[in-house]
Design a protein around this ligand. Sequence first.
Ligand code: AP5
Length: 228
Amino acid sequence: MAAMQPMQLFAANSEPTVIILLGPPGSGKGTQAVELSKAFGIPQISTGDLFRENIKNETPLGKEAKSYLDKGALVPDELVLDLLFDRTQKPDCAKGYLLDGFPRTTAQAHELEDSLRGKVHFIVFNLKVPDSEVIRRLSGRLVCKQCNRVYHKDTTPPKVPGICDNCGSTLYQRSDDTEAVITERLRVYYEQTKPVETFYKNQNILIEIDATKPANEVLEELKAACKK
Ligand code: AP5
């Protein structure tokens, strides 16, 4: 049997498509990014995952980024931008890619815009969830050490406790998913990332999504909006 082909993003559109997922911590950006990436055959680029990978490998960048992640602060723009643009130059990004956790400041949004204006088609989603749901989701989140698949200990637990259904590796709780750090991440989100919504709203390209719905329903809405 032939392998299933990924769905086409904007069939008539020959420019690469860049999908941006905005939203507070815990709004489901990573959960949805994995599925959209599979559905459309474009890579998911999570700046948070890239930093965690560097921290795990104890690279100089990882050593610098760790202190920021541990306290829930944003990593300085210059470090993020180098990391991001280095990743988007890779050949698998030629047809487009999905950004999960970037841009997170208006300076990052401007840099992205300046480097890609006229060369790509942007689709920008804002995943909306209240703070109480963010805290509930993040305090129960489990992540696979190997493939980064995300679970929730109560609502989407793995079949075998502590083991990833997808690759069989161990699950862990992120060090920034403690109550104190989640509170700080939310504060930083309102102060530094909320204005990014206005940046895209002013261009009339921000698509608001109610991300309190079950993950499969959110996914269907996102896919439908990508094909419009
Ligand atoms: P990052 O890794 O990007 O974290 P985040 O934005 O805080 O987002 P999360 O990964 O916590 O949540 P998510 O929205 O992906 O939700 P998820 O799908 O996992 O960044 C970490 C740090 O890196 C930052 O604090 C910063 O220091 C640094 N950083 C990263 N990018 C940066 C940048 N651009 N500039 C500067 N610094 C940067 O879901 C959460 C939970 O909810 C899971 O348990 C999941 O199962 C559950 N869930 C998901 N969807 C649903 C649903 N619909 N219903 C019920 N439960 C759901």
